[in-house]
Design a protein around this ligand. Structure first.
Ligand SMILES: Cc1cc2nc3c(=O)[nH]c(=O)nc-3n(C[C@H](O)[C@H](O)[C@H](O)COP(=O)(O)OP(=O)(O)OC[C@H]3O[C@@H](n4cnc5c(N)ncnc54)[C@H](O)[C@@H]3O)c2cc1C
Length: 367
């Protein structure tokens, strides 16, 4: 039995705690907030789970594995976390991200259908696909209830024997200092989302940005619509799930925002941009009342690859880059396997200097 201290109970840290406690380790999970707090990136209401990652088979397979693990968590906790509404990718060309995704998903035997635009339009109460060439539909993709899922992970971890401790921790070599107490362990993990770069500035570079979400009251029909992604235009959304309204989000990188700064309100300028897109893409929503807005933070690596590597005797896990939520339980499983002498983590999760690359989140135009 190993003693493990994990600082940060977002999707990555809580997933690690869940797996490790299940394996019989002595786990302490520390967070300054309650799991699912909206100030953490994992604290939003909904997050997409999709397997398509362009030509990248590793992320595709990891997302597929994560789907199985989320289902296991649902069974263990008696919760309903994953709505399998499908995800439709709006393709603007025959040789883009969606085509590469389709090829990769087929090779991995992950369900994905090529639809013509008229067929795809039938899944939505309204869809203008005049600028689209085709649609890639992932029928087994969908939407996770993010904050609920993180709470379920933390709860299940405690039921497996982990201990949750509240407070703001600081590193001291390979030890964790928390309000005067010092924690020593066989392994220490810092999975601190947007705070990781502040805690380890010499080795972690992250851009922490403000992102804005808009929810429209679209009327009936939207509760059955798939989630959707317009990768080339960096926009995504969901149907009206859990009575939140039709979610639409601009996925371009927002302005910088300190991890400790209060989350400001969404701006009328971004709402106007969003409304312009929505009116064009889903004409029936052109005049739909705005039901709500949310803001949250991305913690972005330059290349949108995750970060999971050892540094001076502790492990750093994060860099979710706007697409990390779904992968939490599967990335945690890989980290633990690597510790146990299994497959090493890929070099691209390392602490090297990152260069800007193709976006693995839903922001193809944000290069
Ligand atoms: C608007 C938005 C939409 C997104 N959409 C998707 C999506 O559709 N699909 C998807 O898969 N992903 C999506 N993401 C990305 C995903 O939510 C993140 O990649 C993921 O939640 C990051 O998890 P994390 O565990 O690294 O960080 P966090 O959830 O931020 O957790 C880090 C935790 O560490 C704690 N912490 C930090 N420092 C300390 C300290 N010193 N002491 C104690 N505690 C500390 C914090 O309190 C926090 O709880 C989205 C993100 C946003 C903001």
């Amino acid at each position: 039995m190993a003693r493990v201290v994990i600082v940060g109970a977002g999707t990555f840290g809580a997933s690690l705690a869940w797996h490790l406690a299940g394996g019989g380790d002595d786990v302490v999970l520390i967070d300054q907030f309650e799991p699912g707090d909206p100030r953490a990136t994992s604290g939003g209401e909904t997050r997409l789970i999709r397997c398509a990652h362009g030509p990248d088979a590793d992320y595709a397979a990891m997302a597929r594995r994560a789907r199985t693990l989320w289902r296991e968590l649902e069974a263990e906790t008696g919760t309903d976390l994953l709505t399998e509404c499908g995800v439709s990718w709006f393709a603007h060309r025959d040789d883009g991200w969606e085509a590469a995704s389709a090829q990769t998903l087929h090779a991995l035997d992950i369900p994905a259908e090529r639809q013509d635009v008229a067929d795809a339009a039938r899944r939505f109460p309204s869809l203008n696909g005049a600028d689209l060439t085709w649609v890639l539909h992932e029928p087994e993709a969908g939407v996770l209830r993010a904050a609920h899922a993180v709470r379920a992970l933390a709860q299940a971890a405690t039921e497996r024997g982990a201990r949750i401790v509240h407070g703001r921790a600081a590193p001291d070599g390979d030890r964790v200092v928390l309000e005067g107490d010092v924690y020593e362990a066989d392994r220490v993990v810092w999975s601190c989302g947007g705070w990781l770069a502040t805690l380890f500035p010499a080795v972690v570079q992250l851009r922490v940005t403000l992102q804005q979400l808009f929810f429209y009251d679209g009327g009936p029909g939207w509760e059955r619509a798939p989630a959707w992604i317009d990768y080339d235009r960096a926009v995504y959304g969901t149907g009206d799930l859990h009575d939140l309204g039709v979610k639409c989000a601009w996925d371009e990188e927002g302005p910088p925002l300190d991890p400790d700064a209060p989350l400001p309100d969404a701006t009328p300028q971004t709402e106007a941009l969003m409304r312009g897109y929505v009116a064009e893409r889903f004409p029936a929503l052109a005049a739909a009342p705005l039901k709500g807005t949310r803001t949250c933070r991305y913690e972005l690596t330059a290349d949108s690859e995750f970060l999971a590597a050892e540094h001076d005797g502790v492990w750093l896990v994060g860099g979710g880059s706007g697409h990390g939520f779904k992968h939490g339980p599967a990335l945690a499983e890989r980290v633990i396997a690597a510790w146990d002498g299994g497959e090493p983590l890929p070099a691209r999760f390392g602490l090297h200097r990152r260069e800007r690359g193709t976006s693995l989140r839903t922001a193809g135009s944000n290069l």
